[in-house]
Design a protein around this ligand. Structure first.
Ligand SMILES: Cc1ncc(COP(=O)(O)O)c(C=O)c1O
Length: 313
């Protein structure tokens, strides 16, 4: 990872290597953290955070789901994010807020452990590499299932949930694939280790519904908005595994993955084994907006300088 100078730790900016927690902190043992992955893009008018409010809101929703009360408001957290980007003098960067249960008692019950918040920002480029955005990635269906609805709260972005993602990704990489596609307990397509999934079939875009053990991705929401802009019908419905094999196009969405085309699933080519025309159109619109080549017509971006001066949304 590329380091930057400061990390915001529960209210103050501390030097990167001093942002430490005690080894007996609750989060280290019981996965009691909720976090976000956010990005800032370099635009002609300076750095701008993609989906700042949406990500901060999801952080608070995740915390609420797992009964982790934060002692900051959403506005304060958004401001702290912008402050950290500015202090680190970053343009394009990845932003990682992590709220977690800290050090007090050792035991599963979290209530005595204080809730802390760290915000790190760092230079970062692509998840699967530039080539992946251009040519697509190879994927395989995981032997691991996404958690059942009444086990872990899938809609909350908790640290503990990412044991599942780790198992999926370790297996996929061992099998020579960039990503694993995870099915739900009933065997329907869910998402990947860190991305939501979209399938195009006969001009209609399919994606699993929120509530089907997926993380409700912010980028997933943007893809649905773009589909409306481009006149592509979207159906949020259960998807059978075999639909992956006959899809005309498949792409993954995520803050880290952006819009990544899939060129194969389980060794079977998707379309012409290269990103299809609809996926390309989505990428053009998405990156066009983020890089300031197209107007930010949906208000996705928050200019860092505007918020740093107290005037942004
Ligand atoms: C399991 C999982 N699904 C989907 C996503 C995509 O979410 P977003 O678009 O908000 O980054 C992520 C990334 O955070 C993820 O970890």
């Amino acid at each position: 990872m590329q380091e930057s100078q400061y990390i915001w730790m529960s209210g103050e900016l501390v030097p990167w290597h001093e942002a430490k927690i005690h080894v007996l902190s609750h989060v280290a043992h019981y996965g009691s953290g909720v976090f976000e992955g956010i990005r800032a893009y370099e635009t002609p008018t300076g750095p701008a955070v993609l989906g700042l409010q949406a990500h901060v809101r999801r952080l608070f929703q995740s915390a609420h789901i797992v009964e982790m009360p934060l002692r900051w408001s959403e506005e304060e957290v958004a401001q702290a994010i912008v402050e950290t980007i500015s202090a680190n003098e970053l343009c394009a960067c990845y932003i990682r807020p992590l709220a977690f249960r800290g050090y007090a008692e050792l035991g599963v019950l979290p209530t005595t452990c204080p809730v802390e918040l760290a915000i790190a920002t760092m230079p970062w480029s692509t998840l699967h590499g530039e080539e992946a955005l251009e040519q697509g990635i190879d994927t395989c269906v995981s032997s691991w299932r996404r958690m059942a609805p009444d086990t872990h709260p899938a809609m909350a972005k908790t640290s503990g949930n990412y044991v599942n993602s780790q198992m999926v990704l370790l297996e996929a990489r061992r099998n020579g694939c960039a990503e694993g596609i995870v099915l739900d307990v009933a065997g329907y397509v869910c998402e990947c280790s860190g991305e939501n999934i979209f399938l195009l079939q006969d001009g209609v875009l399919y994606t699993p519904p929120v509530g089907d053990s997926i993380l409700p991705g912010i980028t997933r929401g943007y893809a649905i908005q773009l589909a409306a802009d481009l006149g592509v019908q979207v159906r949020e419905e259960r998807i059978a595994r075999e639909a992956l094999y006959i899809a005309d196009e498949i792409f993954l969405t995520g803050t880290a993955a952006e819009i990544t085309p899939v060129r194969s699933v389980d060794g079977r080519a998707v379309g012409a084994s290269a990103p299809g025309p609809v996926t390309r159109r989505f990428q053009e619109e998405f990156f066009g907006i983020l890089q300031g080549r197209l107007p930010d017509r949906h208000g996705w971006l928050t200019p860092v300088h505007a918020l740093a001066q107290g005037g942004g949304r």
